[in-house]
Design a protein around this ligand. Structure first.
Ligand code: GDP
Ligand code: MG
Length: 275
């Protein structure tokens, strides 16, 4: 089914929409699952997450929901690559009231590496619908060290094209109302961790990402938050039959990461004056 044929519905409410934005395999799905585990474990009295089942009315959405619930139920197995149309909305309730929505969507809805170099990726209709809705957005941009790896063939060029796409999205946001968070993911791969300031240096110091940096600077750089994140440790499970797709074993990482991510989301939505 063409993704542009799928209408979305989040009702008439005025609650903020948090967008998990990142390339394929940057860890968006796993991070959302990790955040939901954290919420269930530490905040079940006040905070609740629930998949929004009315968001999409197409037949495939139920599979998407079940897939997400399955990953939640068996948190030793990380998801295989999310399928091409897989996008899903999770609602967060604070003290019984809807607080925000979190959208998780596949990387190719933001950036298509397979398109010719001169073309830009048009965002799918549902994404435009959400972006255009007159409610606050919190854009969370997923970066990971791989994105800076210039050893990947043609990476320099793709990096700047990818940055252009991120910029296109950022320019669609509203200056005062909307917020942005830069999330450096998979920091378990950095031995000894990574400091917030060095995330900034890594991204801003890389010319390929200038377009994104400029877009953020034009908007709300002063309010931009940086978050270091890791969902845990991942290992491929060797299959008896080499033809089969390998599953991934997942050991959940420290609660500190989802705690800080949640704090950043709350700060983006509520403002930081109470800090
Ligand atoms: N080392 C490490 N690997 C991760 C982490 N998060 C995700 N991954 C790996 O990246 C893969 C893709 O993650 P996924 O959430 O499906 O990416 P998405 O395409 O952005 O939704 C996972 O199967 C893991 O192998 C992390 O925090 N640390
Ligand atoms: Mg995904």
């Amino acid at each position: 089914m063409d993704v542009n044929a799928i209408p979305v519905n989040i009702g008439a409410n005025e609650k903020p929409i948090v967008l998990f934005i990142g390339s394929i395999n940057s860890g968006k799905t796993v991070s959302l699952v990790r955040l939901c585990h954290f919420i269930s474990k530490h905040h079940s009295e006040t905070l609740r997450w629930i998949v929004n089942e009315r968001f999409r009315s197409d037949d495939e959405y139920i599979n998407e929901i079940n897939n997400f619930k399955e990953i939640m139920a068996s948190h030793t197995i990380a998801p295989k690559r999310t399928n091409a149309i897989g996008f899903l909305l999770v609602d967060i309730y604070l003290k019984g009231e809807l607080f925000c929505h979190i959208l998780e969507a596949p990387g190719e809805h933001y950036y298509r590496a397979d398109l010719p170099p001169t073309s830009t990726t048009e965002f799918p209709i549902y994404l435009n619908t959400l972006i255009n809705k007159d409610v606050q957005k919190v854009a969370i941009y997923f970066y990971e060290d791989n994105l800076f790896n210039s050893n990947i063939k043609g990476a320099d060029y793709n990096q700047s094209r990818y940055a252009d796409q991120l910029a296109n999205l950022q320019y669609r946001l509203k200056k005062k109302r909307d917020k942005a968070i830069i999330l450096m993911n998979k920091i378990d791969k950095f031995h000894g961790g990574i400091h917030k300031n060095s995330i900034k240096d890594r991204i801003y110091g890389n010319e390929n990402y200038n377009a994104h940096k400029n877009a953020l600077r034009n908007y709300n750089l002063g309010q931009l938050q940086f978050v270091a994140f890791s969902s845990g440790n991942f290992q491929t499970i060797t299959q008896e039959n080499p033809e089969e797709n390998a599953d991934t074993a997942w050991a959940l990482g420290s609660d500190e990461y989802p705690k800080k991510l949640w704090k950043a989301i709350e700060t983006a939505i509520n403002g930081s004056w109470w800090f």
